[in-house]
Design a protein around this ligand. Structure first.
Ligand code: ADP
Ligand code: MG
Length: 304
């Protein structure tokens, strides 16, 4: 086990930000940690990385208890905090060299700095001031500082927030690349990010874990119709006629002649819809099966 969280609670004054949280992350897993704003994601990550103490409960990383300022634990963890605080007046290379010097000395320090600059694609920007970089490159510097001591565990808090779509893909690829040999826990509010890179999903809401599943199993947590089909006809038809089609349980008019049809059977209802159109002298303009996505799971479980 790379990360073990047991019965962790966190109080800020009287407010309970985390309420008796427990979960485990296996070595090599990439876990998506998702939840609405204020759910407690950053608080949990700060506790795992030893930045703030828990009010109660225990956390260990690679078998070592977090807390007590144990430098051995810090070596195991790379952390990209939310909002990625950096020193804008420092130069990229100077800053990364400085971070590396906390962990290494001599020639290994230089080598480590070089290789991380290479890995994160920072070579062309290495002699610029951090404050002069684009947001995408600043995130790369944040990732570089998290990776520089080659930690076994990466904790990334909203690593792609505020980036443009191209930058998001670049940072995601970097995370995927780094995640090949590491255990990664990342928080995000972008569901496609979890779909794209995670093996497992933990959903937190109001300081409580509401789901913790392998990505492929997460849909078992919600109630959803077996099939949802979106169909568009060229002319008007009646809701009551559509409801009479075999296996149809629910019919919703989206707009004009566009309908959302829900069925409770595994049997594909598209042929029946097609026959319905033929019988009623309608032309089918489009016919699409809608897959549930993580967004649906998130909304149902967090009431967001
Ligand atoms: P998330 O990262 O999921 O948005 P946070 O962990 O930042 O959530 O916050 C969880 C809750 O704890 C929120 O209600 C937030 O306002 C509160 N909180 C976070 N940090 C502090 C703090 N330093 N002092 C007081 N309340 C805090
Ligand atoms: Mg946060």
């Amino acid at each position: 086990m790379s990360i073990v969280v047991q019965g962790v609670s966190k109080l800020y004054g009287v407010q309970k930000a985390l309420n008796n949280i427990s979960f485990e992350v296996r070595t090599g897993e990439i876990v998506g940690f998702i939840g609405p704003n204020g759910a407690g994601k950053s608080t949990m990550m700060k506790i795992i990385t030893g930045f703030i103490p828990a009010s109660s409960g225990n956390v260990s990383v690679n078998g070592l208890p977090v807390g007590d300022d144990n430098p051995e634990v810090k070596k195991q963890i790379g952390y990209l905090p939310e909002n990625n605080p950096l020193y804008p007046e420092m130069y990229v290379r100077e800053y990364l060299g400085f971070v590396a010097s906390i962990y290494k000395t001599g020639s290994t320090l230089r080598k480590q700095t070089d290789s991380i600059i290479e890995l994160t694609g920072l070579a062309p920007e290495q002699n610029k001031k951090i404050g002069a970089l684009s947001k995408g490159y600043r995130q790369r510097v944040g990732l570089a500082q998290a990776l520089i001591h080659n930690p076994a565990v990466l904790i990334l808090d909203e690593a792609t927030t505020g980036l443009d779509p191209n930058q998001i893909i670049e940072i995601r690829n970097l995370i995927k690349e780094a995640g090949k040999e590491k255990t990664v826990m990342l928080s995000t509010h972008i569901m496609q990010e979890v779909e794209a890179i995670c093996d497992r999903v933990i959903i937190i809401d109001k300081g409580i874990i509401v789901a913790d599943e392998e990505k492929i199993n997460i849909y078992s947590k919600i109630i959803r119709p077996k099939q949802v089909i979106q169909v568009e006809f060229d002319k008007e038809t009646r809701e009551s006629s559509l409801s009479e089609i075999k296996n149809v349980k629910n019919v919703k008019n989206v707009r004009n002649n566009l309908w959302l049809i829900e069925a409770e059977s595994e049997e594909d209802i598209r042929p029946s819809l097609f026959n319905f159109a033929v019988k009623n002298n309608l032309t089918v303009l489009s016919l699409n099966k809608q897959e549930s996505n993580l967004e649906d799971v998130f909304r149902q479980l967090t009431g967001g």
